[in-house]
Design a protein around this ligand. Sequence first.
Ligand code: URA
Length: 205
Amino acid sequence: AAAQTSHDVEPTDLQTLREEAAGCRACPLWKDATQTVFGEGPAHAPLMLVGEQPGDKEDLAGHPFVGPAGQMLDRALEEAGIDRSKVYVTNAVKHFKFVARGKIRLHQKPATPEIKACRPWYERELAAVRPALVVAMGATAAQSVFGKITQVTKNRGQIVDLPDGPQAMITVHPSYLLRLPDAEAKAREYELFVKDLKVAAAALK
Ligand code: URA
């Protein structure tokens, strides 16, 4: 390989992207959020997981999926035989959107303009990491990954080829599992989530 000078490195290396994204003003969400929560993981991970947006804990920590949804995700990944340290984990929207209710910051679903404004970061992460497979967790992630509204329940667990890109799959978001009030439904849905992740793991073999 050619000798690298400081101006000769990949223009889209993750560190550069992370630094640029830290100052992103492409939508208003940066104003109330603590910081940009960029994706994390090996530079050329074969698997990329995409969530919705950082939650309260992630906003404070500056890392994706470190709160309750992250713990649920960690458990499911392990059960599916996927080592999280080998996965690149990111979100469709990189700032926490919330409304303050006293001391509590209540998660708000990102709107389409916010998802669209943030999509270039996902596209640049994709170009840098070049995973073989992207798993979109939930409808917001699916909107970014597929570039259009795509139903989760109808399409989950199926591997599809993206035009000029990696393979992709939709599954539910781990927060959805946390919100299910009924323990039986929760257990059943959790197993389906693990099953989808096993399909993803098998596709990488
Ligand atoms: N939910 C997400 O979608 N992403 C996170 O990083 C945490 C919770």
